[in-house]
Design a protein around this ligand. Structure first.
Ligand SMILES: Nc1ncnc2c1ncn2[C@@H]1O[C@H](COP(=O)(O)OP(=O)(O)O)[C@@H](O)[C@H]1O
Ligand SMILES: [Mg+2]
Length: 455
C-alpha cells in the first residue's frame, strides 16, 4: 500500500473515532432526557457524510494504486501489485490485472526468445537476406547481406532498393514482384563494379490474408561455381580440340591414300607411318584423360609401401631407353646415402617418373644427358629430374602444370605430347601429400623436384 493511501486511511479512522465520540456524547444527553433533534440530525448527517467520504477516499486511493500498477506494466515492469484485503469487485479487478501482467510477461519473454533465435539463424546464414516492405523500403538485412553489399543495416534501413544496390535490372524485378507477386530468379553482379557473381531470389512475403506485404531478396554467391563451370567448359573445348587435331590429320592422309597415293608405295608407307603415330597419340591422350579423371575422382586407391629406389629407377630407365637412344641421350641415375627406398604407391610413382623423364628427353638437345637423383630431405625423400635442354620461359613456368598447357604446341605435338603429363604428376604428388617444384632457364635446362613425405 502506498504512503498516500496510508495517510487517507488514518484520516478516515480519526473521522470515524470523532463521530463515535460525538454520538456517545449525544446518547448521554438522550439518556438524560435532554436532546436537541436538529443537533442530533446534524451530527448523524455529518457522521454519515464522513463515513462515505472515508470509503470514497479508500476507493480513490486503491484506483490510484491500480493506475500506477498499470503504468508500471506498460513500461515493462511486471513485478508491481496492489495489496487489498477486501473481497469485492475491485479486488477481483486487481487479481485479473495481476494475472494479465504475469501472462504478458511470459508472452513477452517467449517473443524475445523467438526473436533471438531468428536473429541467430539469419546471422549464421551463408546467404544474404534482405526484406522490403510493400512500399519498397528496407525492413531487415542480415550480416551476410551487409558484407556482400558493403553497407550496414543502420545505414540502409528504410532506404529504397536502388539506394542500397545499384543494379537497375534487379530493381525492376523487385518492382515486378511487389506489383504482381511473381517470384524472380536471376544471376547478376550486385553493382557494375562488382567482381562477384550472385544468384538472386526475389520472393513475395504473403501474409495470412494472402495479400503481399513486401518482398524477400536472397543473395547466394555463385562466383566459385561459375569459375568451375568455366574451367569445365574450357576443358571440354580443349579435349575436343585435342581429339579433333589427330583425327583430322588421319582422315586427311586416308583420303589422300584413297585418291591414289596408295599406289605409290613409298608415299603410302610414309602416310601410313604418320597415321600410326597420330593414332598412338590419340590413344595416349585418351589414356591420360582417363587416368586424370580417375585421379580427380579419387577412384585410384592410394596404397603406399616402401619401394627400393634403385629397382624403381632401373625399371623406368629400361622403359625409356629406346626413346632416349633415338636422340642419343644418356640417362644417369643416382641414389644418395640414406635414400635406398621411397614410400609411395608404386604404380603412381612410376607414372610420375615416366612423365618427367619423357619430358626431360623430349625437351633435351640430341646427345644430351638426363639425370635422375633420389636423396633424403627434411620431409622424407626428394626426387630430382635434371636436363640441360631447351628450358621453359619464365612467364610460362607457373602454367606448365595446367591441363593442356604447352609452351610450344607444335613442338610438343611433334614429340607425341598430350599436354597432360605435368598435370598428372601434380595430382599424384598431391595425393601423396607431397610437393612438386620446377626451376628452369631457357636454353640452359630444367630441374623438376618432387618432395615425398615418408608417412
Ligand atoms: N623438361 C622440360 N623442358 C622444357 N620444357 C618442358 C619440360 N617439361 C615440361 N615442359 C613444358 O611444359 C609443357 C607441359 O608439359 P606436359 O604437361 O608434360 O605436356 P607435354 O605432353 O607437352 O609434354 C610442355 O609442353 C613443355 O612446353
Ligand atoms: Mg609431358
Amino acid at each position: 500500500m502506498s504512503k498516500f493511501s496510508l495517510k487517507i486511511a488514518a484520516a478516515g479512522a480519526i473521522c470515524a473515532a470523532l463521530t463515535i465520540i460525538t454520538l456517545l456524547y449525544i446518547s448521554r444527553d438522550i439518556m438524560q432526557g435532554v436532546y436537541n433533534l436538529p443537533v442530533v440530525l446534524l451530527v448523524l448527517f455529518v457522521g454519515i457524510m464522513m463515513f462515505y467520504l472515508w470509503i470514497d477516499n479508500n476507493q480513490t486511493v486503491f484506483i490510484r494504486d491500480l493506475n500506477e500498477m498499470v503504468k508500471a506494466i506498460a513500461q515493462g515492469d511486471f513485478s508491481q501489485s496492489v495489496i487489498i484485503n477486501k473481497d469485492d469487485e475491485l479486488n477481483n479487478l486487481n487479481e485479473s490485472l495481476k494475472l494479465m501482467a504475469s501472462k504478458l510477461n511470459s508472452r513477452l519473454l517467449k517473443t524475445e526468445h523467438e526473436k533471438d533465435q531468428m536473429e541467430t539463424i539469419l546471422t549464421s546464414m551463408v546467404e544474404g537476406v534482405l526484406a522490403f516492405d510493400i512500399t519498397g523500403r528496407l525492413l531487415l538485412m542480415n550480416k551476410t547481406a551487409e558484407d556482400m553489399i558493403g553497407i550496414t543495416f543502420v545505414e540502409a534501413e528504410k532506404r529504397f532498393f536502388l539506394e542500397i544496390l545499384r543494379n537497375h535490372q534487379l530493381a525492376d524485378l523487385l518492382k515486378k514482384c511487389l506489383s504482381d507477386g511473381s517470384r524472380q530468379v536471376i544471376e547478376a553482379n550486385l553493382s557494375p563494379t562488382d567482381q562477384e557473381y550472385y544468384r538472386v531470389y526475389i520472393t513475395p512475403i504473403i501474409g495470412k490474408d494472402e495479400v503481399s506485404q513486401g518482398v524477400i531478396v536472397v543473395l547466394r554467391n555463385v562466383t566459385e561455381v561459375r569459375i568451375l563451370e568455366q574451367v569445365r567448359s574450357d576443358f571440354v573445348a580443349n579435349v575436343s580440340h585435342e581429339l579433333r587435331t589427330p583425327l583430322t590429320s588421319v582422315k586427311g592422309y586416308v583420303e589422300t591414300l584413297l585418291d591414289g597415293a596408295i599406289d605409290d608405295r613409298p608415299t603410302a608407307k610414309k602416310f601410313l607411318t604418320i597415321i600410326n603415330t597420330e593414332t598412338d597419340r590419340l590413344n595416349r591422350l585418351i589414356s591420360d584423360l582417363l587416368y586424370l579423371s580417375k585421379l580427380e575422382t579419387g577412384r585410384i586407391e592410394l596404397a603406399k609401401k616402401w619401394i627400393s629406389s634403385q629397382d624403381m629407377l632401373d625399371h623406368i630407365i629400361k622403359l625409356l631407353e629406346p626413346v632416349a637412344l633415338e636422340k642419343n641421350i644418356t640417362i644417369e641415375s643416382t641414389v644418395n646415402t640414406g635414400a635406398g627406398s621411397v614410400f609411395g604407391n608404386p604404380g603412381m610413382l612410376e607414372q610420375v617418373l615416366i612423365n618427367l623423364l619423357e619430358n626431360a628427353i623430349k625437351y633435351s638437345y640430341d646427345g644430351g644427358i638426363v639425370n635422375i637423383e633420389i636423396s633424403i630431405c627434411e620431409q622424407g625423400r626428394s626426387i630430382k629430374v635434371i636436363d640441360k635442354g631447351i628450358g621453359i620461359p619464365a612467364e610460362s613456368l607457373a602454367r606448365v602444370f595446367e591441363r593442356f598447357y604447352r609452351v610450344d604446341k607444335g613442338r610438343s605435338r611433334k614429340a607425341g605430347g598430350t599436354g597432360l603429363g605435368l598435370s598428372i604428376v601434380k595430382h599424384i604428388v598431391e595425393r601423396h601429400r607431397g610437393q612438386v617444384q620446377i626451376e628452369s632457364e631457357e636454353e640452359k635446362g630444367t630441374i623438376v623436384t618432387i618432395i615425398l613425405p615418408i608417412n
